[in-house]
Design a protein around this ligand. Structure first.
Ligand code: FE
Length: 206
């Protein structure tokens, strides 16, 4: 598995056991090399974050839904049937022209699984967890995101109880788009706050 390693500590006992099992399955011909990476990739990039993208797109398209989402995020998200483990107590942080929100778990890797799937590897690394609190603008620059000086950056530290979802700003030029079209613009990183929603090409629905 793509368990690249940061820092100087050896991989955990569990990581070693998982890798040994994966290797055994490959040797027995039960799975192909890379199969586990593919599955992880699907959960990181496709299945999980597509749920969050639907929530964001509805909030953009439907002011009444957005009001419910900002008041009681867990209940509003559950309207889609997205609920359960690691998503029981959700809070949505709205990006505006004045405020940019970014989410971290400084203690470990708490992440809103029902809406975003599995956390990306970088989210779990010590450098991200420690630095985004101390120098969020510098960390966001490394993601290719320049936050203007007059925009406040707020960092939200997830924990055992609370999980955060960033509501990115709706891109300009998307008036009249359907929820499905809008959802295509919502990237995983835009819902963590290390990115923003994609810009529509030529103002045409994706
Ligand atoms: Fe955590």
């Amino acid at each position: 598995m793509s368990d690249h390693h940061h820092g100087t500590t050896p991989p955990s006992d569990r990581a070693l056991r998982v890798r040994a099992m994966e290797q055994l399955l490959i040797e027995k011909g039960l799975i192909k090399e890379g199969a586990v990476d593919t599955i992880i990739d699907i959960f990181e990039h496709q299945l999980g974050p597509r749920n969050g993208a639907k929530v964001v797109a509805r909030a953009w398209a439907d002011p009444a839904y957005k009001a419910r989402l900002m008041t009681d995020a867990s209940a509003a998200i559950e309207e889609f049937g997205f609920a359960g483990f690691q998503g029981e107590y959700m809070v949505v942080c709205e990006n505006t022209p004045e405020v940019h929100n970014v989410v971290v778990c400084t203690l470990c890797s708490c992440y809103p699984w029902p809406v975003l799937g599995l956390p990306p590897t970088w989210y779990k690394t010590a450098p991200y967890r420690s630095r985004v609190v101390i120098e969020p603008r510098a960390v966001l620059e490394e993601f290719g995101l320049s936050i203007p000086d007059d925009v406040e950056v707020r960092v939200w530290d997830s924990n055992n109880e609370l999980r955060y979802l960033v509501l990115p700003m709706r891109p300009e030029g998307t008036e009249g788009w359907s929820e499905e079209q809008l959802a295509e613009l919502v990237t995983r990183d835009s819902m963590i706050g290390t990115g923003v929603a994609a810009v529509p090409a030529k103002g045409e629905p994706a």
